[in-house]
Design a protein around this ligand. Structure first.
Ligand code: J2J
Length: 549
């Protein structure tokens, strides 16, 4: 597959002989589960729909045959953008079976992001939900199609599609398996990409992350064990199902590989989560730290019996140790921290770690095959034990390059194949890492990553903006929110409201990327080499926010 960087042969051999890579496709591993646990419940949605393993397997096969029948071919790209409805899981599994590569978009994305993915990956199809929370996804898909004529098919779940689009609901009702043989589903090469994930927080325009069958299968089989999943696991997913955390860490596939049940919720509010935990006797809850804070501080918390909850798996942004400390006494469960990245690195604390490690660190690599270095970003030499440096990672589930991004790859990976994460960490004396900050220019809004440069490019298109700098400001709930410093054009006026209307209506970007504060300035502080000094700007806004509190 052009634009994909494979692992060098010697590494591939090493990972295979160590038993990490098992040369099975993701679908083959899932099919074993569908057969083994056939009569068990695999998926329950917040809307009350239930699927047994056999149902899920049969529906995925049926939809895969339909995809082939529609003319989709192995390695064709399909943008997957649905809310947390069961069809998101079924379509994902079906695409893998058909050898079609899902691009895991978020339902918050809008025309700017979806158009970008469609163009970069030359996607042939997009699968969306019908209108959701007042937004018409089919209309957006039609707009993307006008600029991307190769995007031939719009597949729609959860309602009647518009003329010319295909109904996933109808395909799931139509037993095409009676007319087509399973031999029409092509077997994939386990060494090639199965999925394209979105980069969480690289500098610049978004990147697509190719995950192969071998690396991604190992990824979830390995962490399903680390998280102690088994047939009794009931796992709540209320973050977007398409996210790496929700789909493979251990997420949907980890749970399915062990015979457990996923509760898929389209409502990430703390109360809705607590209600589902009580109702379905949830044992494992996947949450970003803001969700945990929301549950801890919720006035109705005691109304819900959450005694089934064994552990909250949390990552995406840093868990404040003071919040971590409240989890056991107030929610009655353990916490397992994960420093995760869609590029593959995964650091976990373990359930039997000393409390100090569980509460104060973000863990250690998931696999014995993982290697990491903590490096001074300027000299690129290893820092002294305990000092802060950039985390570099390499291993059997860590990519060697972004998809179709040779220039960026030359900067983001070392010649030896280490991924330069852009995260600043220090090594705790127990051998676990502690996240201390980052050098990549992005904002982490409650786990949702936003590339500063990407949004700055949109803001600069506003006629009243001469220059801008988009930086993080601290926030007690979200960790960070975005603030934009703007130098206005001479004689022009601009405020947050008009800027955000422009970003939504003209630039059509996802709402979570909108700046939440605008500061007008005449000039920016500069670094000694003449670049905008974002560190100084971050400090300025942090001090101002603190004063206003
Ligand atoms: C601080 N920062 C963290 C943590 C991620 C599991 C969990 C999360 C992600 C994810 C994921 C952090 N403390 N515990 O893919 O499988 C920040 C870092 C990191 C970036 C990656 C998973 N956990 N982060 O968040 O690709 O800055 O993956 O580089 O979306 O989130 O973002 P993303």
């Amino acid at each position: 597959m052009e634009g994909f960087t494979p692992w060098p042969m010697d590494f591939a051999e090493k990972y295979r002989s160590a038993g990490y890579w098992i040369d099975q496709t993701i679908s083959e591993v899932m099919d074993e589960s569908f057969a083994k646990y056939a009569s068990r419940t695999a998926l329950i949605t917040s809307g009350g729909r239930e699927f047994k393993y056999s149902d899920l397997g049969n529906l995925a096969t049926r939809l895969a045959l339909h995809l082939v029948n529609l003319g989709l071919r192995p390695y064709d790209r399909l943008i997957l953008q649905m809310p947390n409805i069961p069809e998101v899981a079924i379509t994902y599994l079906a695409a893998l079976k058909a050898g079609v590569i899902p691009i895991m978009a978020l339902f918050a994305h809008r025309e700017a992001e979806i158009g970008f993915f469609a163009e970069l990956a030359e996607a042939r199809a997009i699968a969306v939900g019908t209108a959701w929370r007042g937004f018409d996804y089919e209309e957006m898909a039609a707009n993307v199609q006008t600029k991307n004529p190769q995007l031939k098919m719009v597949l729609v779940a959860g309602g009647e599609p518009k003329k010319g689009n295909y109904s996933i609901d109808a395909m799931l009702q139509d037993p095409i398996e009676k007319r087509m043989g399973l031999n029409e589903l092509p077997r994939q090469d386990p060494n090639l990409p199965a999925v394209l994930l979105l980069s969480g927080g690289t500098t610049g325009i978004p990147k697509l992350i190719p995950r192969t069958h071998n690396d991604y299968t190992y990824n979830f089989l390995c962490n399903a064990d680390i998280c102690g999943l088994n047939e009794n696991t009931v796992s709540l997913v209320a973050i977007p199902q398409e996210h790496n955390f929700a789909v493979a860490c251990p997420g949907l596939k980890g749970v399915l590989s062990k015979g457990g049940c996923e509760i898929l919720s389209d409502n990430p509010s703390p109360e809705a989560m607590m209600e589902l935990i009580a109702k379905h006797h949830v044992t494992h809850c996947i949450a970003v730290p803001t969700m945990i804070v929301g549950m801890l501080n919720h006035p109705n918390r005691r109304k819900y019996d959450m005694s089934s909850l064994e552990v909250i798996l949390t990552g995406g942004s840093k868990l404040n140790p003071e919040v971590a400390l409240r989890i056991k006494p107030e929610l009655g469960c353990d916490v397992q921290q994960v420093l995760g990245m869609a590029e593959g690195p995964l650091y976990w604390t373990r359930r039997d770690d000393p409390l100090e490690v569980q509460l104060h660190t973000q863990g250690r690599p998931q696999s014995p095959g993982d290697e990491f270095r903590i490096v001074d970003p300027v000299t690129e030499t290893d820092v002294q034990q305990g000092e802060v440096g950039e985390l570099w990672c390499r291993g059997p589930h860590i990519i060697r390059g972004y998809y179709r991004a040779p220039d960026h790859n030359a900067k983001a990976f070392t010649e030896e194949g280490f991924y330069k994460s852009g995260d600043l960490v220090r090594l705790h004396h127990t051998g676990n890492v502690v996240v201390e900050g980052r050098i990549k220019d992005c904002i982490n809004r409650g786990g949702e990553k936003i590339s500063a440069e990407e949004v700055e490019d949109h803001i600069l298109a506003h006629p009243a903006v001469a220059n801008c700098a988009y930086v993080a400001m601290p926030d007690p709930l979200m960790g960070e929110r975005a603030c934009v410093y703007v130098i206005p054009r001479h004689d022009s006026s601009i405020n947050l409201k008009t800027l955000n209307e422009f970003l939504l209506q003209e630039r059509k970007i996802a709402k979570f990327k909108l700046p939440e504060r605008l500061e007008l300035v005449d000039a920016f502080p500069l670094t000694p080499v003449g670049k905008v000094n974002k560190k100084a700007l971050r400090q300025m806004i942090a001090e101002r926010v603190e004063l206003e509190r």
